[in-house]
Design a protein around this ligand. Structure first.
Ligand SMILES: Cc1cc2nc3c(=O)[nH]c(=O)nc-3n(C[C@H](O)[C@H](O)[C@H](O)COP(=O)(O)OP(=O)(O)OC[C@H]3O[C@@H](n4cnc5c(N)ncnc54)[C@H](O)[C@@H]3O)c2cc1C
Length: 430
C-alpha cells in the first residue's frame, strides 16, 4: 500500500462513516500514524438517502470526499480499499489492494440491510443503504411511471404505481411521506395523460405502531400525518415474501407491486476473521466492552453500528444511529491516546440527544430529552439538525438552497433517470 513505517504506533480505521470520521478528527494532532480505509472514496450522509431516491436532492450533496476530510492532517493516509479479512494473530489485514499491518485496529464498518435470511426478498426488494442503491430506486420509481403510460392493462398499471415500503421506522416513514408528496405535487403535472390518482403508497409495519422507538405521541402524530397525505399504514403485518410481483404477508393480505422497498432493519457489517460466533451479539454486531474494545482483543476496537455495547442502561446495545457512532468515535480517540501513554481508559457514556423524523413539508415529530413536539416547528428543527451534521460547507449550502427552492416551488428537480435500473416488466403482463 506504500505506507511508510513510522516511529509512532499505527492506528488503522476501517470505514469513513460517522464513527470513523469522528475518530480521525480526534487523532489529528496526536503522535500516531492513522490509516483510513474505505471501499468508497466518500462519506455518505445516510439520513438523507431517501431524498436522493425521491429526486429531492442530487447524490453529490449528501456525499463528501474522504480525502478532503483529512486535508492538512499530518501522518494520515487514506487508501481506497475494501477489507476482506482480519487476521488478529498477525495484526494483519487482507484488503483488495494488498496487506496492511496495524498496531491498533478500529472497525467502523457500519451495517448492511438485513433481510433476515429471506433470499427471495433480498433478490427482488429494493434496499436504500447506499448512494448507488438510492439512485437505483430513483430510476425505478420514474421508470415505473414511464412504463405505466405504455399499458392499457389496469392491473399492470396499478402494480406499476403501487409502492410498498416495509418498515415503519424513520426511514420508511420519511420515504412514504416523500412519495406521497410526489404523487400530490409532481405526478399530475409530469404525467397529465396518466390517472396518477390511482398511485398508492403503502407502509407495512410488523409491530403495533410506526416509529416504535419514539414516544407514543410521536407515533400517533406521524400516523395522522401519513394518513393526511394518503399513505396507507398497515400495522401488525409481517411480510413473508415477494417474487417481484406479489408481496405476501403472514395474513391473507397481499399486494401487487413492481416496487417493494425494504426498510425493515440492518445488521452489523462484520468482516471475515473477526466474526466468530462468540464475538457476535444482537444485530450481528461485535460485542464490545465499555471502552469499545472487542471482547478478547485488547488492540481491536469497534465503534458505531457494528459495535454492540451492552449495559444495564442499554441491555440490547446503543441504537444503530449517527449519534452513538459519533460519540463513540470521539471517546475512542481520547482513549487511544491514553492507552498509548499508559493511562487508564475512560468508559463510554452515551448522551441521548433524542430522535426525530419528518413526514413531509411542515410535518415532523421530535422527541428531545425533556420536550416532545410535532408539526411545523419540529420540521424546522429537523432541517436545522440535518444541515448541521451534514459534512462540508458546500453540501450544507446546496442542500439548504434545494430545500428552499423545493419548498417555494413544490418541486423536486432531480427526478432524472441517469442510470436506468434494469427491471423485468414482463411478469406484470400475464
Ligand atoms: C436510509 C437511512 C436513514 C437513516 N437515518 C438516520 C437518522 O435520521 N438519524 C440517525 O441518527 N441515523 C440514521 N441512520 C443510521 C445512521 O446512518 C447510521 O447509524 C450511521 O451511519 C452509523 O455510522 P457508522 O460510522 O457506524 O457507519 P457508516 O456511516 O455506515 O459507515 C461505514 C463505512 O464503512 C465502510 N465500509 C464498510 N465495510 C467496509 C470494508 N469491509 N472495507 C472498507 N470499508 C468498509 C463503508 O463504505 C462506510 O463508509 C440512517 C440510516 C439509513 C440507511
Amino acid at each position: 500500500m506504500n505506507i511508510p513505517r513510522s516511529n509512532n504506533p499505527r492506528v488503522v480505521i476501517i470505514g469513513g462513516g460517522f464513527g470513523g470520521i469522528a475518530l480521525a478528527q480526534k487523532l489529528r494532532k496526536q503522535e500516531v500514524q492513522v490509516v483510513l480505509l474505505d471501499k468508497n472514496n466518500y462519506h455518505t450522509f445516510q439520513p438523507l438517502l431517501y431524498q436522493v431516491s425521491t429526486g429531492g436532492l442530487e447524490p453529490d450533496s449528501i456525499a463528501y470526499p474522504l480525502r478532503k476530510v483529512l486535508i492538512g492532517y499530518d501522518n494520515f493516509f487514506f487508501r481506497l480499499a475494501e477489507v476482506i479479512e482480519i487476521i488478529p494473530e498477525k495484526k494483519l489485514l487482507q484488503t483488495t489492494i494488498g496487506e496492511l499491518f496495524y498496531d491498533y485496529l478500529v472497525v467502523a464498518t457500519g451495517s448492511h440491510t438485513n433481510f433476515f435470511g429471506n433470499t427471495e426478498l433480498e433478490k427482488h426488494a429494493m434496499a436504500m443503504k447506499s448512494i448507488p442503491q438510492s439512485l437505483n430506486l430513483r430510476s425505478l420509481i420514474l421508470e415505473n411511471f414511464e412504463q405505466a403510460l405504455l399499458t392499457d392493462e389496469y392491473h399492470e398499471r396499478d402494480a406499476l404505481m403501487n409502492f410498498v415500503i416495509v418498515g415503519g421506522g424513520p426511514t420508511g416513514v420519511e420515504l412514504a411521506g416523500a412519495l406521497a408528496e410526489i404523487k400530490k405535487g409532481i405526478l399530475p403535472k409530469d404525467y397529465p395523460d396518466l390517472d396518477t390518482r390511482r398511485a398508492q403508497i403503502n407502509i407495512i409495519q410488523g409491530r403495533d405502531r410506526i416509529l416504535d422507538a419514539m414516544s407514543e405521541q410521536a407515533s400517533k402524530k406521524a400516523e395522522d400525518f401519513l394518513e393526511e397525505l394518503g399513505v396507507q399504514v398497515w400495522k401488525n403485518v409481517r411480510v413473508t415474501g415477494y417474487d417481484g410481483k406479489t408481496v405476501r404477508t403472514q395474513t391473507d393480505l397481499t399486494f401487487e407491486t413492481a416496487t417493494l422497498i425494504w426498510a425493515a432493519g440492518v445488521k452489523g457489517a462484520t468482516i471475515k476473521g473477526l466474526d466468530a460466533k462468540e464475538l457476535i451479539a444482537g444485530g450481528n454486531r461485535l460485542s464490545v466492552n465499555e471502552f469499545n474494545q472487542v471482547i478478547g482483543y485488547p488492540e481491536i476496537f469497534a465503534i458505531g453500528d457494528i459495535a454492540c455495547m451492552q449495559s444495564e442502561e442499554a441491555p440490547r446495545g446503543h441504537p444503530m444511529m449517527a449519534q452513538p457512532a459519533i460519540q463513540q468515535g470521539r471517546n475512542l480517540g481520547e482513549n487511544l491516546v491514553r492507552l498509548i501513554n499508559g493511562k487508564p481508559l475512560r468508559p463510554f457514556v452515551y448522551k441521548d440527544k433524542g430522535s426525530m423524523a419528518t413526514v413531509g413539508r411542515n410535518k415532523a415529530v421530535c422527541d428531545l430529552k425533556n420536550i416532545r413536539f410535532q408539526g411545523v416547528f419540529a420540521w424546522f428543527v429537523w432541517m436545522f439538525v440535518h444541515l448541521f451534521f451534514l459534512i462540508g460547507f458546500r453540501n450544507r449550502v446546496v442542500v439548504f438552497i434545494n430545500w428552499v427552492y423545493n419548498y417555494i416551488r413544490f418541486d423536486r428537480e432531480a427526478r432524472l433517470i441517469i442510470r436506468p435500473f434494469k427491471r423485468n416488466y414482463d411478469q406484470f403482463r400475464d
